[in-house]
Design a protein around this ligand. Sequence first.
Ligand code: ZN
Length: 218
Amino acid sequence: MKKGKAVVVFSGGQDSTTCLFWAIEKFEEVIAVSFNYNQKHILELECAKNICKKHNIEHHILDLSLLNQLAPNSLTRADIEVDKDAPKSGPPNTFVDGRNLLFLSFAAVFAKQSGVKHIITGVSQSDFSGYPDCRDAFIKSLNVTLNLAMDYEFVIHTPLMWIDKEETWKLAYDLGVLDIIKNETLTCYNGIIGDGCGDCPACKLRKRGYVEFKKKNQ
Ligand code: ZN
């Protein structure tokens, strides 16, 4: 049985789009929230908009340009190139300090104002690419903090936390949305929709998972 309403933090990429359709299966009403932080590939917001429009999902794009001002990064600045390979230590230069903290905090404010307790995010500890704010401990800690901050019983759901990219493709397949994820989402750091450039770390991770998924699900 479906229960209540949920807010999905939605970027228009593979992971959050899979979560959006996961949420549609689980909840009676789903609202998608995207953030505009002047990301280099503003096209991802177009993907997000198109997916919501096509599937009749309420969608809000919130302005978070402050994040761009505070945390210059290879995903926000044209003059900073994306790291081709993972650095020897620390997160890669595609990591944006505070991004998930801010996204989830603003999504929570939005959710409470809309009378919603359930928040869904596509972070994954299995494929976390060295991003500290994709780890389970951070999400659990933030959940407690948000509840204390707003005296409210938020429940943050992380359907992808313990699955890798191959299993994320399988989840999309099981939800009947494989083609939507494959063709209409943007994960590529070079801003190419669908299969992407094939060469950046995000494309490599996405492709490796897809190849493994296909091997087992011919
Ligand atoms: Zn790419």
